[in-house]
Each structure stands twice: as C-alpha cells, then as structure tokens.
Design a protein around this ligand. Structure first.
Ligand code: TRP
Ligand code: SF4
Length: 418
C-alpha cells in the first residue's frame, strides 16, 4: 500500500482519525499526565501523535540517556512554520536529551535543486534560529558529515527499490539522488546512536515525515544482530544476522544460559539487563545495537491565506527577517474564521478553529492558557471582531520578532564556533 502521506507533496490535508487507525500513530494525550512540566505544544494538542514515545517519557522521568534529533531542509529562509520543531528539539534537550540537528542540504540540492551556496546560507539561518531559542547540542550539514554518509550506505543495504516504491511511490523515473537523500535521512535519524551509543531517540517532526520514520524503524530493526524477547520464565536471544562468535559471546556473558542453533535462552533472565548486555556485545562484534527511533508528530500551522505555509509563497508565512510593514500587511490580510458581515459575526460568533490568526496565537504568540481561552471564547461569542483581534495579534508578533531578532544577533557567532 502506498502511503497517503507524501513528504514532498504540497497537499497537507490529513485526516487525523486515519492516522490513528490506519497508520498506527498513537495519540499523545494518554501520556500527558506522565510528562513533567509538559510544554504548551503538547498541552494544546499541537503535537497530536507519536510512535513509541513511551521510552522517551521513561528516560526523561528516570534521568537515563536519550537522544533527540531532527533535520531541516534548507530550501528557503526559515519562518514561523519551522518554529514548532525547533522548540521541540530545544525542549527535549532541556529535559536531558543529547541534541542533534541535521541541515538536510543533500535533500535540498537533490530534490529541490537548491545550489550548495544557497543551502549553506539558509542552513546558517536555521541554525541561528535554533541557537536563538537556546538550543545546545550538535549540528551538522549532511554533505560534510562523512560518518553520516558511511552510515547512509550501511542503511541502504537494508533498503530496496520495492520498499521505496511502496513507501514513497518512487518509480522508474525517480532520480537516484532522491533515493540517496532518503538513505541519508535514515542515517540522520540513526546518527546519534552511531555517534555516542545506542539509546532511545526522539525525532520531532511534522506529520508529513512519518514515512521516513517508518522506514527508519524498519531499517534499524533489520540492522540488529539479535532480537531479545521475554518468554515464559526465560529471556530468548535470537540471532537474526549475528556472526557465530557474537552468539557465543552472549552465551558466555550469561552463566547458566543454554545455547542452541541460532539462539540462546537465559533462564530467569531480566529483560532490560539482557537487552543492554546484548547491545554491548553487538557493538563489540561490529553491529550497531540500534533502538528503533521514536517520533512525535505535530500539526502544521495553517498558512495565512489558508492552505499550507510554504517557503515558495511568502504571503503564506511570517519570516524571521520580515520587516514590520510586511508582517502587518500579512496579518491584516490574513484569512480568518470571521463571518461575512459584522452583524453576522456578532450574532453567530467567529470560527477560531478555521482561523489562521487564531492558530498563530495558539501555536506561538499566546503562552498563557487563560488568555488564549479568553480569545477563543470572545471570538465564538461574537464579542471579539477580527479587525481588533488581528491588530492585537500583530502587536504580539511584532514584539516576538523584535525580541527574537535580537536573540538571533546574539547567537550568530555560535554558528561559526560549532
Ligand atoms: N526531510 C526533512 C524535511 O523535508 C528534513 C530532514 C532531513 C529531517 N533529515 C531529517 C527531518 C531527519 C527529521 C529527521 O524537512
Ligand atoms: Fe480569528 Fe480573531 Fe476573527 Fe476570531 S476574532 S475569527 S480568532 S481573527
């Protein structure tokens, strides 16, 4: 089945029920009570779903190691549509994660035809924004990270054309470089574990990136030497493609274990302990011991004209370097959830759920939950009119941007020092 989620298409109308029922993405809500100081983006349902977020919640709560990685394609200037993922990465680092950010210049060059110079320039802007948000951690460009490229090659051993066709709809005419940029993204997602060791890895992304996550989870699994499973009264370590000596080493590591053709059984074994030892052995014998990566998925902030925020349509987004005048024009001209006439709006109220201005506030401009609830209430009650609301929103955005630009200036040197 070819996925209906296509990372390179402009169509982002996604049916959330389908995500949960057909694609196996789980809602984030049931996990919320366990997430300490849960951030705005989770409380407000901007991050709607996840795959395998549980190990990350456990790692945050237990203070055990985990990684956080995401990537940005430098196909244009960064804008408010990219801020969500940036905040998510910075937040996970604050919660103890080892941070990694990839500038996906190989993808931008191969898929979007962006010159290497432009990739470099846009990439710098993305990184500056991240540092302005207080991000601390590793950053790299795909094109200059040789270990990444080696890992992409290794990952590509476990990928074939029919996978790519099934997942992305690639066909006979698809450029090989496009496929290579997919392998590179798989490597991005696995890179932190190859770099400093296996640990659960959270990849905050927009929902459009799910196909990459599924592919990477599959590749990570295929690259494992062993599967480790709890059985009745024992733990079974089964070789998938482990060298014989590695299986022998597992047997030796657990006195009293029994070795059979292709598997070792450890009576009374403790799953997490066996798992950890097996990963260490896997690495000793040339494997990776990867955990399958976890992901959180957020909604896209609707463009100011409705539809998608797109780097190629400047009126659809607010850029970090837009002038005040341009920002004002965009907000005052934005598509709202208001009615045709003032009378109607007073009578029926507005529709904040459909309003790009409301979403701007919900995503980034109003931190205080009570304040946001009040805007929503007043809008629905027909007490708040769009003109007033847009002006107030513009004031917030203006202040946000002037503060953010200052932080960007202060942070710029970090891009050179990394
Ligand atoms: N493909 C992503 C995009 O279009 C960018 C990206 C590259 C990425 N490598 C990544 C995202 C790794 C998450 C993780 O924006
Ligand atoms: Fe949107 Fe504000 Fe108008 Fe409500 S009042 S529809 S939130 S612009």
């Amino acid at each position: 089945m070819q996925s209906e989620i296509n990372p390179w298409s402009a169509n982002q109308s996604i049916d959330t029920d389908k995500l949960f029922t057909e694609f196996g993405i789980e809602p984030i809500e049931p996990l919320l009570p366990e997430i300490r100081n849960s951030p705005t983006f989770m409380r407000r349902g901007i991050v709607i779903g996840h795959r395998d977020y549980r190990p990350i919640v456990d790692a945050m709560n237990n203070g055990t190691p985990f990684h956080v990685l995401t990537g940005f394609m430098p196909s244009g200037h960064p804008h408010l549509g990219h801020l969500m993922v940036m905040k998510e990465v910075a937040w996970h680092v604050q919660q103890g994660g080892n941070g990694y950010v990839a500038v996906a210049d190989r993808e931008a060059h191969a898929v979007r035809n962006i010159s290497w110079d432009k990739c470099n320039e846009y990439g710098r802007e993305y990184l500056t924004c991240l540092y302005a948000l207080g991000y601390e951690g590793d950053t790299y460009y795909q094109s200059t990270n040789n270990r990444l490229k080696d890992l992409a090659f290794e990952a590509a051993i476990k990928m074939n054309f029919s996978d790519l066709q099934a997942i992305y709809g690639f066909g006979q005419e698809t450029a090989l470089a496009h496929a290579m940029s997919v392998a590179t993204q798989v490597a991005d997602i696995l890179f932190p574990q190859a770099d400093i060791g296996p640990a659960p890895t959270i990849v905050p992304v927009g929902i459009d990136q799910d196909p990459h996550i599924r592919l990477t989870r599959d590749v990570a699994h295929k690259l494992r030497f062993f599967t480790v499973e709890k059985r009745d009264g024992y733990v079974s370590v089964r070789s998938k493609n482990a060298p014989e000596e590695a299986l022998a080493a597992v047997h030796k590591a657990f006195p009293g274990s029994k070795k059979y053709e292709g598997h070792v059984d450890i009576k009374g074994g403790n799953l997490p302990e066996v798992d950890a030892t097996v990963r260490t052995i896997e690495i000793e014998y040339g494997g990776f011991g990867f955990y399958s990566p976890s992901a959180t998925y957020h909604y896209f902030m609707q463009g100011l004209q409705g539809g998608k925020m797109s780097s190629s349509a400047p009126e659809s987004f607010i850029g970090f370097c837009d002038t005040e005048k341009a920002v004002k024009k965009k907000i005052m001209g934005a598509l709202t959830g208001g009615r045709m006439t003032l009378e109607e709006q007073k009578k029926l109220g507005g529709e904040p759920d459909k309003c790009s201005v409301y979403l701007l506030n919900l995503f980034h401009m109003v931190e205080d939950d009570d304040e946001l609830t009040e805007i929503c209430r007043a809008c629905k009650a027909g007490e708040l009119m769009c003109g007033t609301c847009k002006k107030a929103t513009y004031e917030r955005v203006k202040e946000f941007l002037s503060d953010f630009k200052e932080k960007m200036d202060e942070a710029e040197h970090k891009v050179d020092e990394r």
